[in-house]
Design a protein around this ligand. Structure first.
Ligand code: SF4
Length: 219
């Protein structure tokens, strides 16, 4: 008997980063590349921003293979809606979204929301400084229960103003701010990030009804 094969067009799938180090050790992540992100580029030119001191630029630039994977994730996530069956299964209880990039557009965010909904056994945390895209998206849509939004404050020593959240449907939000050592010491800022691995801490992943504040010392 002759066996028949149906030729299917291969498709690219999102790459999940495993084996990260430092505080991300043990935490899977899906990320795009900050080198393909116009908002990241723009913010890195503004004095006083965290982006001006971004350590991730050096990391990604020195690893061409890593950059290629993140670039491919960027293309996949930002250009069209990925069919549900092509979204990956996350074999973990927690997963970070964006560790070396940020949201580019509404299509990107919709793809993440679809991924979050498909993997409702997993708790996701999305880190972002692209407030416009994220807030506009969640003005009209509900935040999935297994998705935390971590609003990364743009300026060093200055937490994001939570009044801006009032026009959105966001509830499960963390405000993540980076402080200089001098400012933190002089202003009794409680530093609650940086001493343990995320997987042991989970502050950015556990749900909360009111915004909570997370503070880290500038690296
Ligand atoms: S607060 Fe905890 S979970 Fe959030 S980034 Fe810091 S170590 Fe990771």
């Amino acid at each position: 008997m002759k066996e028949n094969f149906i030729k299917t067009k291969p498709f690219k799938t999102l790459v999940i980063s495993q084996g990260l180090t430092g505080k991300m050790a043990g935490m899977p992540a899906i990320t795009t590349s900050l080198l393909c992100n116009e908002n990241c580029k723009k913010l890195s030119n503004i004095i006083g921003t965290v982006c001006e001191k971004c350590y991730a630029i050096k990391y990604v630039k020195s690893r061409p293979n890593v950059q290629k994977v993140y670039e491919e994730n960027t293309t996949l996530l930002t250009s069209s809606i990925i069919p549900r069956k092509q979204l990956p299964f996350i074999n973990a209880a927690y997963c970070r979204l964006e560790s070396f990039g940020d949201i580019v557009n509404a299509t990107h965010l919709q793809n993440y929301v679809n991924l979050v909904k498909k993997n409702n056994h997993c708790v996701f945390s999305l880190f972002t400084k692209n407030y416009t895209v994220v807030f506009n998206y969640f003005k009209e849509r509900k935040q999935p229960k297994n998705l935390s939004i971590v609003i990364s404050s743009l300026l060093i020593n200055e937490p994001f103003n939570i009044d801006y959240l009032s026009e959105t449907n966001l509830t499960n939000v963390k405000i993540f701010t980076v402080y200089s050592k001098t400012y933190a010491n002089g202003n009794n800022v409680i530093i609650n990030c940086g001493k343990t691995r995320c997987i042991d801490c989970l502050r950015c992943y556990k749900p909360n009804k009111q915004p909570i504040y997370i503070s880290e010392i500038l690296k």
